[in-house]
Structure formats: structure tokens, C-alpha cells
Design a protein around this ligand. Structure first.
Ligand code: AMP
Ligand code: MG
Length: 471
């Protein structure tokens, strides 16, 4: 077994127990079976996952943890929808340890002391959404948690209807959230907070280890990483849906896929999470929400760094974000990032997307690929598109086109595609999940036949789509 999980360690478990976490054994799922194993990722982390080995299936479904694992639930707190929510923590996920450069986390593994009123379970529907969503983001080159394997079961889980319990093996550089620091700061446990900050630096930013000004330096890096992430999200049209501070990773990875989605038409006020009545987490709000979340993080560092220094770093966020966004947009448009016409071209592109039936992610492909046929209504003859094309053609750098094509997806992970894949899986046909995952292992610039067949016809009357948080 050891060579299946090479170099296993559990550094988080070396922090004091019952302060930073509670040891918890997973609760078994009934009659588990594999939905899919992401063999390419397993390969990347040098892990042999033999899906015919019952011991592995039993471990990945919470029945019997592998001997190397150190299952524990981490405690954190957080601000939810702008309000202090107090203690939260891993309510349905368990840290298992580190292997292949990633933390392993079993999501859906049953109740923990932090479950509050929850059942500790994940349902198959939302586990598939996270499994494919995170691999799609990775294929787009966006920092994100990864999805290693997905199991379904006969365990009944009550949501709006009765659903199947599932478990997801999720990998991340780190699962530390802004909420981890907030937890100890708001309890005024500054010594524990300091211990956690040192742990975070050592785990994610070891080049700062031992520097006298490491806390202020690492804060600056959190700002840069988060700005970078927002640049990516905004350029591809990703909407997270629940950007609470307990869902915001210090690693700059996209974390906790709940009611997420991708823009179809371009709308700054697009809200995907239907419980978000005020639109706090609308697509266009995301960079300023991240800025606000980082101000919560800054507050936790005030026992160690003077406020003026923290504020100066925080104030740099908008500039970092603008640079990151422009860089991503330039890359996808095959333009130099310092091109003076970039802002105008971005504005023209947004204008095109205001036309009903035009899908934002496809505009790049229409520009970059001759005879591109997508879901959008024909763009030929559209004045706004003609303007965009003419401005863009006069500025494009031909040698950047291949990279731009590689970065622009040839298929979208639309909600209707996901719904169809989920429906198949609920009927025990897991092939679409595996086919999409396999396609994603090769990137997103190639056509995926399954995505094409399942995703080519948006529902009639397609309009803004909403999801609930009940995952
Ligand atoms: P989320 O909005 O999904 O990020 O969850 C917020 C908090 O609720 C986190 O502490 C989760 O671990 C916890 N939570 C979410 N769903 C469940 C569940 N089904 N059972 C127990 N805890 C949950
Ligand atoms: Mg969460």
C-alpha cells in the first residue's frame, strides 16, 4: 500500500489537537461504487489508484481509512454574506494528509464536531459539479483545487428531494482559508494565531521562513495571489456564488465549488446563487468582494504588523487585479498586455455580448478560429461584432494566436451540459462523467464529442440560471 501513496505525511496533525482540529473517523457510505477516477491526476501525484482494489474503494467511501491517513476536521470561522458567522469548520470534509505535493481531503465523509445541523454528506449531483468544475478550471490554467476520484452510494441524503450520498477526493496545495486566521483572531488567541501563520508560511511560502518581516511579506503575497485569481475568474466568466471568507483560500486556489457557474451572456449583475438576494456575489462584484475578504484577513494580522503597512498592501489590490485581468484578457485575445487599445477592445467585446443569444466565452473563439461554429447566434452582420473584429484585427499579434487558441475553450461547461451529465449518472450511466474528465485531461482547446452532443442545445428560453446552496 505504501507505494500507492508515496511520501505520505500529515503536517497539520502536528499542530496541537483540539485547538486547531479534531480527529474524526469518516462514516461509511452504503454500498459504494466508483463514478470515476482521474487517472491523469493520480499519475501526476505518483499515486496508483487501482479501482478494482476493494480496499481503495472502501477507503475512498469512508468505510475504512488507509493506514497512512490521519483523518481530522479543521476548525475555522468566517464572514458569510458580509456578516460574522462565528465558528464553522470542516462540517463534511476531512483532511487526510499530504502526498504528491497536495493535501488530500475527503469531502462527504460524514459528520464532524463542526457539522452544526448538517448531515456531513455530499450528494452525487453537487459532487459531480465540483469534480468536473474544478478539472475544467484547471484545464483553463486557473489555480484551483483538483478532483481525484468520485464515489456514489446507496446512502440516502435528504436535500430538496432524496438524493444519493457521494464522496469526492479533493486535492489542494492547502485548504487553509481566511477563516482559519479569523477564528483565532476573533477569539483573541494570538499565540495560536501566530502558530498557524507560521504553519501557513512554512507550507505555502517557505521562501519567507525566518525573515523578520515575513508576516507583512506573506500578506502582500496573499494579495497578489488573490488578485491573480480574480483576473482569471473575470476573464473566463467564472462566478463562484459563495465568496465567504471561509471559502477563500490563502493559496490563491479556487475553493469550495457550490452554486458556481460560467457566464453565458455578459452581465456584471449575474447572480447564480438564488439565496444571494442582494447580489453580493454577482459576477461583477467578485474583485471587490475579494478585496473586502482580504481586509478581513488584514485585520487578523494587526497583532503582528502595523495597520499602516497592512493598509498600504491592501490598497494595492485594485492595481494588481487590473493588471491580472488585463494580462488574462490580452492573452486570450492574442494582444500584447500593454497594448493601448486593449481597454477599448474589451469594451467592444462586452458590447457584442449584450446581444441576446451571444455567449461570452465563445467570442474569443469567433475571433481566433476561422469558420468557428458555436452556440451563439450568428455574429456575422452584427454591427457590434464588426466593430470588434475590425479593431481587434488591426491590433492582433499573429505570433500570440496559437497561445490564445490554446487558452480559449472550444466547449463550455454549461449548466445544461452538467445537468445532462448528472441525470445520466443518477441513472447509473457514468460514462459522460468519465468522457468529459478524460477530455479535460488533454485541455480545453480540443473539441470534446460528448460535450458537443450533450451541450449543443441550450434549453429553450435560456435565461439567467440560478442554483441553491443545498449541496
Ligand atoms: P459552505 O457554504 O458549503 O462553504 O459551508 C459552510 C459551512 O457549513 C462549512 O463549515 C461546511 O463544512 C458546513 N457544511 C456545509 N454543508 C454541510 C453538510 N451537509 N453537513 C455538515 N456541514 C456542512
Ligand atoms: Mg465552504
Amino acid at each position: 500500500m505504501t507505494n500507492q501513496l508515496p511520501d505520505w505525511s500529515a503536517p497539520y496533525s502536528e499542530l496541537p489537537e483540539d485547538i486547531f482540529y479534531t480527529r474524526v473517523s469518516p462514516s461509511p457510505l452504503t454500498n459504494p461504487c466508483w463514478v470515476d477516477v482521474n487517472y491523469a491526476l493520480a499519475n501526476e501525484v505518483n499515486s496508483l489508484i487501482d479501482s478494482t482494489d476493494q480496499k481503495i474503494l472502501r477507503a475512498f467511501s469512508g468505510c475504512e481509512p488507509l493506514p497512512e491517513w490521519t483523518p481530522l476536521a479543521q476548525v475555522y470561522s468566517g464572514h458569510q454574506f458580509g456578516q460574522w458567522a462565528g465558528q464553522l469548520g470542516d462540517g463534511r470534509g476531512l483532511y487526510l494528509g499530504v502526498s504528491g505535493g497536495y493535501e488530500w481531503h475527503l469531502k462527504g465523509g460524514g459528520q464532524t464536531p463542526y457539522s452544526r445541523f448538517g448531515d456531513g454528506r455530499s450528494v452525487l449531483r453537487s459532487a459531480i459539479r465540483e469534480y468536473l468544475g474544478s478539472e475544467y478550471m484547471h484545464a483553463l490554467g486557473i489555480p484551483t483545487t483538483r478532483a481525484l476520484a468520485l464515489v456514489t452510494s446507496d446512502t440516502p441524503v435528504q436535500r430538496e428531494t432524496m438524493e444519493r450520498g457521494a464522496s469526492l477526493m479533493r486535492l489542494a496545495k492547502s485548504h487553509l482559508r481566511i477563516g482559519h486566521f479569523e477564528h483565532f483572531y476573533h477569539r483573541q488567541h494570538h499565540e495560536h494565531l501566530r502558530e498557524l501563520i507560521e504553519f501557513a508560511i512554512h507550507q505555502l511560502d517557505p521562501d519567507f521562513d525566518g525573515l523578520p518581516d515575513r508576516v507583512e511579506q506573506v500578506f502582500q503575497r496573499y494579495i497578489e495571489r488573490s488578485a491573480e485569481l480574480m483576473g482569471h475568474w473575470m476573464a473566463v466568466g467564472f462566478v463562484h456564488g459563495v465568496m465567504n471568507t471561509d471559502n477563500t483560500a490563502l493559496s490563491g486556489e479556487t475553493l469550495d465549488y457550490g452554486p458556481y457557474g460560467f457566464l453565458t451572456s455578459y452581465r456584471d449583475d449575474y447572480v447564480i446563487n438564488h439565496t444571494d438576494r442582494a447580489g453580493r456575489y454577482a459576477y461583477g462584484q467578485q474583485p471587490s468582494v475579494m478585496h473586502w475578504n482580504l481586509s478581513c484577513l488584514a485585520e487578523t494580522l494587526t497583532p503582528f504588523v502595523d495597520v499602516g503597512t497592512l493598509r498600504a498592501s491592501l490598497d494595492r489590490f485594485p492595481v494588481f487585479y487590473q493588471t491580472a485581468y488585463r494580462t488574462q484578457m490580452a492573452k486570450r485575445l492574442a494582444l500584447e498586455a500593454d497594448n493601448d487599445a486593449l481597454s477599448d477592445i474589451i469594451q467592444l467585446l462586452k458590447n457584442v455580448c449584450k446581444t441576446p443569444g451571444v455567449h461570452y466565452p465563445e467570442i474569443f473563439s469567433y475571433l481566433l478560429r476561422e469558420n468557428w461554429k458555436g452556440l451563439s447566434q450568428p455574429l456575422k452582420g452584427l454591427d457590434t461584432f464588426a466593430q470588434l473584429q475590425s479593431q481587434w484585427s488591426s491590433q492582433v499579434s499573429k505570433d500570440l494566436v496559437p497561445d490564445a487558441r490554446a487558452a480559449s475553450p472550444s466547449w463550455m461547461l454549461s449548466y445544461w451540459l452538467l445537468d445532462r451529465v448528472i441525470r445520466a449518472a443518477e441513472g447509473f450511466d457514468f460514462t459522460p462523467v468519465s468522457l468529459l474528465r478524460e477530455a479535460l485531461n488533454g485541455g480545453v482547446s480540443e473539441e470534446c464529442q460528448s460535450a458537443k452532443v450533450l451541450g449543443e442545445s441550450p434549453p429553450v428560453g435560456d435565461s439567467a440560471y440560478h442554483l441553491s446552496c443545498s449541496s
